[in-house]
Every structure is written in structure tokens, then in C-alpha cells.
Design a binder for this molecule. Structure first.
Ligand SMILES: *Cc1c(COP(=O)(O)O)cnc(C)c1O
Length: 366
């Protein structure tokens, strides 16, 4: 006798589909009969693990039979010091993705409305669906957030607004003044996640003092990660900064040991490795300019990006271009799943990887 497990699942689960990750590189290479492909698909740091983080991981190995520090005391102290906040304003997660889910789990009930932009991080749509909430997806403007329309979309049923800045997958950026004006319009009982996964790549003079804003806007939650500029995507560690009472509520629901020991020590070490961060950001800036110059020279349209990736907007279906690039050993991200079937997102790699990508693009598009 067969059991209909979907019928047993919570409302909304039947409409979800498992996240479609890219194939593992080794598997893809075997299928295509190629080797030394370049993976520019997941916005990871192309420099690899930093030396300080690596040393911290090695030092922590003998302690792995022990549970991690459930409060992440040392990492929170280091973050508090760096961000000039108190440890009570911080929560650590198994990637910021886990923390986004935790916000939903803690605050969002079935039927409540969640406002987010078209063409944004897929996790917001997934979490909205899996909590039985109602998605209010606001049409994008120039591939980015239309904040006026988002403000107008807030009703008395809205529980949460999600803003991704810089945005993934398009790289668009909301200016300081526009974002602050938006926050001032959001009613205080509506929570706002400001997802700043790529904030380290933004030019310092354009970066938002979003953490300073928390005292004026206690309904705002700033979300950041060690997965991108800090080079720790595989370890899964992210954090949120918010009002201490809001963090206290999240801590009631958080799993005690949600951050593993290696993630905790590696993130603390990565935070102190300013040379690594500087190299990552300057490499990104330099190589971003190389892509822009190449696209302009080729007459290709792209979305200007403040992140560590750039989105190419072709005049045609991008799927065959994606496939042809794969056969050249270049793995990028197709965006049909985001509703952008003519776009490809390219993560900025090392110089030689980007050169490979550009040569393959020129060949494939010729
Ligand atoms: C990559 C990314 C994250 C980070 O996710 P982690 O779970 O911390 O690895 C969060 N938000 C956006 C928009 C991202 O692109």
C-alpha cells in the first residue's frame, strides 16, 4: 500500500520543488568528457580558503568530538567589536539562509503577506511558500527593487519585507537615500530583512550604514554571511544584527548547536584577516571592469553590478548559450528559474578563469 506523503506534509509543501543545484563539477566533466573546467556559478570566493581561516580549522580539529559553543561567544564578541554593536544584537546561523528561515519560522504564519521583489534571492519565495504565507512579488524596475511599489504593496496583512542589497541574481544596488526613505515608510510592526550578503564588495563610500539605522528602525534585521567575500561558503556560517529583543525571540526558536565548531573558529579568523578581504575585493573590482569592457566591446547588454557576479542580458534564449559554454568547460548560472530566461549570471573568478569565460563567450556567441 502506498502512502501519499505529500498529503501528509504541511500546507504549501506540495507546491515546492527541491532546490536545483548545479551538478558537481567532477560529474559534469565526466559527462562532457572534459577536464579543468571553470565554475563561475555560485558566487563563491575564487581565492579559496584564506590562510588564517585554514590555520584556525586545523587547530580546532582535535576538539571535534565535543559539541560547539552553543552561543558562539568568541565569534559574536569579534563581530560585536567590529560592528560596534552588543553581542545581544547578534545571532549566528548555519549560513544566513538558515537565519532567513528562522525569521520565517519564528514570525510568519500561514496567510500573512510577505513583500519582496521580482528577480530576487530564491530563498524568499521558497520560505514564503513553505510557511503557507502569501507572496506579494513586486515587479522589478530595471532589474532591481522598485521601492515605491514595494512600499505601496504593504498592507495590514504584511508581516515581512525582504530587501536584497546588492541584489542577487542581478547585482543591482539601492542608494542610501532611497533605502532610508523606504525604511521610514514601513510601519513598525512590519519586519524588514535587509539581506547584505554582498555588502563587502560595495564601494565604502556607497555602502549603507545599515547597522547604525537599527536604533531608528527596530523592525529591521540586517543579514550577512561569511560565504562570499570571506570565502567560507562550504562551512555554512552567517549572522544577523537586530534589536536585542528581536534577537532574543529568534533565540527561543534557534537550534542550540546550529553553528558547527569549524565554522565558528574559521569565521572568527576570517574576520581578522583584512589582507584576504582586501585582496578578494580588489580582485573582484579589477575583474568586474574586465567583464564590463569585454561586454561593451562585444555589444552585449549587462546589468551593472555592485556584487561579485555580473548578469548578462542576451537578446535571445540563454539556454543554448549556457549549454555551449558548458561544452567549452565554463559553468555559469542560467536564470530561467528566476524568470530571466535570456540572462546568464557569471560569478567573478580569478583572472585566468575570467579570460577562459570571455574567450568561450566570444566563440559561442559568434
Ligand atoms: C549567497 C547569498 C546568501 C548567503 O547564503 P549563506 O546561507 O549565508 O551561504 C544570502 N543572501 C543572498 C542574496 C545570497 O546571494
Amino acid at each position: 500500500m502506498s502512502i501519499d506523503f505529500l498529503a501528509l506534509a504541511n500546507a504549501g509543501v506540495d507546491k515546492l520543488h527541491p532546490y536545483q543545484p548545479g551538478k558537481p563539477v567532477a560529474e559534469l566533466e565526466r559527462e562532457l568528457g572534459i577536464s579543468n573546467s571553470v565554475k563561475l556559478a555560485s558566487n563563491e570566493n575564487p581565492l579559496g580558503l584564506g590562510a588564517k581561516a585554514k590555520a584556525a580549522i586545523e587547530r580546532a580539529l582535535p576538539e571535534l568530538a565535543r559539541y560547539p559553543d552553543a552561543n558562539g561567544f568568541a565569534l559574536k564578541a569579534a563581530l560585536a567589536n567590529k560592528l560596534a554593536v552588543s553581542s545581544e544584537q547578534l545571532i549566528l546561523g548555519n549560513g544566513s539562509n538558515e537565519l532567513i528561515d528562522l525569521v520565517y519560522h519564528t514570525f510568519v504564519s500561514a496567510g500573512e503577506e510577505i513583500v519582496y521583489s521580482q528577480y530576487t534571492f530564491i530563498v524568499y519565495a521558497l520560505a514564503t511558500q513553505s510557511h503557507g504565507a502569501t507572496a506579494i512579488e513586486v515587479p522589478a524596475k530595471d532589474f532591481g527593487h522598485d521601492l515605491d511599489a514595494m512600499a505601496a504593496a504593504i498592507t495590514e496583512r504584511t508581516k515581512l519585507v525582504c530587501i536584497t542589497n546588492p541584489n542577487n541574481p542581478t547585482g543591482t544596488f539601492i542608494s542610501k537615500a532611497n533605502l532610508q526613505a523606504f525604511l521610514a515608510k514601513v510601519p513598525k510592526q512590519v519586519l524588514v530583512i535587509l539581506d547584505e550578503a554582498y555588502t563587502e564588495y560595495v564601494l565604502p563610500e556607497e555602502r549603507h550604514p545599515s547597522i547604525d539605522w537599527l536604533s531608528d528602525y527596530p523592525n529591521v534585521i540586517v543579514s550577512r554571511t561569511f560565504s562570499k567575500a570571506y570565502g567560507l561558503a562550504g562551512l555554512r556560517v552567517g549572522y544577523m544584527v537586530a534589536h536585542p529583543e528581536l534577537i532574543g525571540v529568534l533565540n527561543r526558536v534557534r537550534e542550540p548547536f546550529n553553528c558547527n565548531s569549524l565554522a565558528l573558529v574559521a569565521a572568527e579568523a576570517a574576520l581578522s584577516d583584512e589582507a584576504y578581504l582586501e585582496e578578494a575585493v580588489s580582485l573582484n573590482r579589477r575583474e568586474m571592469q574586465r567583464y564590463q569592457a569585454f561586454f561593451e566591446e562585444q555589444g552585449l547588454r549587462y546589468v551593472p553590478s555592485q556584487a561579485n557576479f555580473i548578469t548578462l542580458a542576451l537578446e535571445r534564449d540563454a539556454a543554448p548559450v549556457y549549454d555551449a559554454l558548458l561544452r567549452e568547460g565554463v559553468i555559469v548560472r542560467p536564470l530561467a528559474g528566476y524568470g530571466l530566461p535570456t540572462c546568464l549570471r557569471i560569478s567573478i573568478g580569478l583572472e585566468h578563469e575570467n579570460q577562459r569565460c570571455m574567450a568561450a563567450l566570444a566563440k559561442v556567441l559568434a
